[in-house]
Design a protein around this ligand. Structure first.
Ligand code: ATP
Ligand code: MG
Length: 211
């Protein structure tokens, strides 16, 4: 893009959305691999507010999830954390977040890459206004144990050419497994950054209620 005689390079920004309850090495690896594979300028982690898909279980407070995300990304200069969804009162929807974030930048000066695991992307037709997503971002689909990349073929035609499959080293780590282990007093070392683990113990997160 040319602007007043200067050539402005399009900035490529990765968006890593998640509940991050807690954040773990699976999330960090997905973001870091995307950063290098797609030559991104930065990756913005966006912890969800009240997650629309997770109404069935008790989710940790937005402040705890935000703090853990901050602690986990602290030492990486190209990782940032945004409060955009947690500061919103209603449920978070990716489409609204991307629309709002676009206004932070000069028109046509950025390209968004929404980073998701295969499990999440295969669910995309349940997301609010999912047909609008291809005009807002490219979707990076990183592999995750238990999900087949071939399944991407089954997504609607509008996503053809919009989804970038990315193979990353498989990490069989999930927040659910971490919560379960903590609840039953099992070891969780090396599944997430040490600072996150210490924060969980300090705040007494994921312990069975009434114990
Ligand atoms: P939960 O078990 O509570 O669903 P989770 O580990 O799946 O937690 P989320 O916050 O739901 O974590 O996921 C945020 C994003 O990170 C999603 O797109 C998900 O697919 C991706 N992701 C999570 N864990 C991994 C992993 N181990 N490898 C690759 N991607 C992952
Ligand atoms: Mg999940």
């Amino acid at each position: 893009m040319s602007f007043g005689g200067h050539v402005i390079r399009t900035r490529k920004i990765g968006i890593m959305g998640g509940t991050f309850d807690p954040i773990h090495y699976g999330h960090l690896l997905a973001a870091e691999e995307s950063f290098f594979a797609l030559d991104l300028d930065e990756v913005i982690f966006v912890p969800t507010g009240k997650p629309p898909h997770k109404k069935t279980r008790r989710v940790s407070s937005t402040e705890d999830r935000y703090t853990m995300t901050l602690l986990a990304t602290l030492d990486n200069p190209h990782f940032k954390v945004s409060r955009i969804e947690i500061d919103r009162n209603e449920s978070s929807h990716t489409v609204d977040t991307l629309r709002e974030m676009r206004h932070w930048y000069a028109p046509d000066s950025i390209q968004f890459f929404f980073i998701t695991g295969l499990d999440a992307v295969l669910d995309i037709t349940t997301w609010k206004e999912y047909t609008a997503l291809p005009s807002l971002c490219k979707i990076v689909a990183v592999n995750r144990p238990g999900y087949q990349v071939g399944k991407l073929e089954q997504l609607p035609e509008i996503f053809k050419g919009n989804i970038v499959p990315l193979e990353i080293p498989l990490l069989s780590i999930s927040s659910t497994e971490i919560r379960r282990r903590i609840e039953s007093g099992k070891n969780v070392r090396y599944l997430m950054p040490e600072l996150v683990e210490r924060y969980i113990y300090k705040k007494g997160l994921y312990k069975r209620i009434g114990r």
